[in-house]
Design a protein around this ligand. Structure first.
Ligand SMILES: [Mg+2]
Length: 261
């Protein structure tokens, strides 16, 4: 953790854009995603960092942007990017990827079919994010998990072939999204541009994430900044932390190291 903290502040006096994924990175996973909340010490540390003039903070998640904003409830100017970056709420205005709403009808039809098809499977949970549909299998036994996967692919394949949806896989989750080529990496670039215009100075980007969706962001940051994978997944990130508790330690360390900034 100390190495990562040193790497973050190694850019001397340049501003830091600190971006992080939410579930599995800032928060431990729970079987029910609705029950996940940002622990108070982490909220306090991120809020302190967000209020520092030399820092800019954002959360980039697969959840809806408004959901993340409500759950994190940070004080200070913060970016909340939702739907894997397709919608962004910023300190002074936001962004939504074009044509997003046009996919709602078809996604909702698929959601209804999927809901009926997996209803009898224990531990399988279908999350409706209005513009995306996530099938969670974390709490399912292997046999139900396999059935859920099989059902999922059988039901969504025609829509995938027709370009009406795409699938983003994550930890124990299969998510149907609008078939728009925009990912967390694009969101990182958008936030970098917006924050630079807003604050009028180049920044050093730091990105923390735990899942394959975060690899897009790691690629976007590359060696211009600091990339941190949380957990044990293979990753292109330059640094690794074991779990969200270690992320909390990192945030605390950064609060100390940037006290005069
Ligand atoms: Mg995550």
């Amino acid at each position: 953790m100390a190495d990562v903290a040193e790497a973050v502040v190694a850019g001397g006096r340049s501003r830091i854009l600190l971006l992080s994924d939410f579930d599995g990175t800032l928060c431990e996973f729970r079987n029910d995603p609705e029950s996940v909340q940002l622990a108070e010490p982490r909220r306090a540390a991120l809020s302190t960092l967000a209020r520092r003039p030399a820092l800019c903070v954002g959360i980039v998640s697969g959840r809806r942007a408004a959901d993340i904003r409500g759950r994190a409830a940070l004080d200070g100017p913060v970016y909340y990017a939702g739907l894997h970056g397709m919608e962004i709420l910023g300190p002074d205005g936001g962004f939504t990827v074009g044509q997003l709403a046009a996919y709602r009808g078809r996604l909702q039809e698929l959601r209804a079919s999927l809901a009926a098809a997996v209803r009898h499977l224990d531990g399988v949970f279908l999350e409706d994010k209005d513009l995306s549909v996530a099938l969670h299998v974390r709490a399912a036994a292997p046999v139900d998990r396999a059935r859920a996967e099989e059902t999922f692919w059988a039901l969504v394949s025609p829509a995938l072939r027709a370009g009406r949806a795409r699938v983003q896989r994550g930890h124990c989750v299969f998510e149907l999204l609008p078939d728009i080529a925009w990912n967390k990496g694009n969101a990182v670039h958008w936030i970098e541009g917006n924050a630079t215009r807003r604050l009028g100075a180049p920044m050093r980007t730091v990105y923390l994430g735990d899942d394959r969706t975060d690899e897009h962001a790691f690629e976007a940051v590359g060696d211009r900044g600091v990339t941190v994978i949380v957990g044990r997944a293979p990753s292109a990130a330059a640094h690794r932390l074991p779990d969200p508790a270690a992320v909390e330690q990192l945030l605390d360390r950064l609060v100390s190291l940037t006290a005069d900034r």
